[in-house]
Design a protein around this ligand. Structure first.
Ligand SMILES: Cc1cc2nc3c(=O)[nH]c(=O)nc-3n(C[C@H](O)[C@H](O)[C@H](O)COP(=O)(O)OP(=O)(O)OC[C@H]3O[C@@H](n4cnc5c(N)ncnc54)[C@H](O)[C@@H]3O)c2cc1C
Length: 284
């Protein structure tokens, strides 16, 4: 299949991009890595009138540690995380997760923010953003606003990014000393989207969990942060029994979606398995 005809524009900077988005309104569509959009256009699932290619906007290509956050510009490719982009637990976590995203050539083009703007429920970066409580910077011709992850993801392929908006930057909290992470994903083949996955980050001090982040992805219309279960972990020493209890509670609290790849019951079992393994890895 070939895409329907479209007009192609290639702004050279963030300000030119938001001006183009304002000019073309509902007809305009941002092209980042193209790894999801071009396939949708070829299948005619998407028929944008104007493609706004952001790949020449050098001012959006950055990974910037800034105080207690890592700022990720809109042109940062998945491949930028093949090696830890910053020292410490956050860098290690990102480098661990990226290996599960698609395949090497796709990771050279696809972008971190493109994954978030696309909001596939089985996106690894969406799980990272939801679980760690990322902050999104959304820009348009009138200025910019920030949006917490809890309000950003609205459902399958739906976010707080409006028709004239650019997701310009994502800010991830820099996990400090004492934090460690675990990630576990189940997919049918390496590089496939996850049937279920879990991210756990634990802060351990003197053998006790003093803070926790826990999330599940691939089982619902969006990644789910399990805030109540995070609280159940805090104040306790890590143990197999604790993690089994929390994993069972995660399973009990989520009614997963079903599709041709797996029934709701199957995914429900997977939730228990991936949460338990992510927690165990984080504590190891
Ligand atoms: C074979 C295959 C396997 C894959 N497997 C996985 C996987 O396992 N896990 C995974 O997470 N992904 C997977 N992907 C998707 C891949 O990660 C994409 O790179 C990602 O979903 C979208 O990023 P992109 O930069 O390519 O965005 P594009 O395809 O360019 O855009 C996607 C959508 O987001 C919008 N958009 C992009 N950037 C912005 C922005 N800055 N502001 C506003 N809107 C924007 C576009 O308008 C479009 O609607 C796979 C893709 C393929 C082809």
């Amino acid at each position: 299949m070939k895409p329907a005809s479209f007009v192609y524009v290639r702004p050279g900077s963030r300000s030119e991009i938001v001006a183009a988005l304002a000019e073309h309104g509902a007809d305009g569509k941002v092209l980042a890595g193209g790894q999801s959009l071009v396939a949708a256009m070829n299948f005619r699932l998407a028929r944008p009138g104007v493609i706004i290619d952001i790949n020449r906007a050098g001012d959006l290509d950055y990974l910037r540690p800034s105080g207690d956050v890592l700022a990720i510009g809109a042109l940062t490719r998945h491949a930028a995380f093949h090696k830890p982009p910053v020292e410490g637990p956050l860098g290690a976590l990102l480098a661990k997760v990226v290996r599960h995203i698609a395949h090497y050539p796709i990771r050279q083009r696809g972008t971190f923010t493109g994954s978030l703007a696309h909001a596939d429920p089985a996106s690894e970066w969406c799980l990272v953003a939801a679980t760690l409580g990322a902050e999104m910077v959304i820009a348009n011709n009138n200025g910019e606003r920030t949006c917490p992850a809890a309000e950003f993801f609205r459902g399958t392929f739906t976010t707080a990014v409006g028709e004239q908006d650019l997701l310009a930057e994502v800010r991830l909290p820099m996990l400090g000393a004492g934090w460690r992470s675990g990630f576990h994903e189940f997919s049918r083949r390496a590089g496939d989207f996850a049937l279920a996955m879990s991210l756990a980050a634990l802060k351990l001090e003197n053998g006790v969990i003093t803070a926790a982040r826990l999330g599940v992805g691939g089982v619902s219309d969006r990644a789910i942060r399990l805030s109540k279960l995070e609280q159940e972990l805090v104040g306790k020493p890590p143990s197999k029994a604790l993690f089994q209890d929390v994993a069972a509670s995660a399973q009990a609290g989520i009614r997963p979606t079903a599709d041709i790849h797996g029934s709701s019951e199957y995914r429900s079992d997977l939730i228990r398995a991936v949460v338990g393994r992510a927690l165990t890895e984080a504590a190891a």
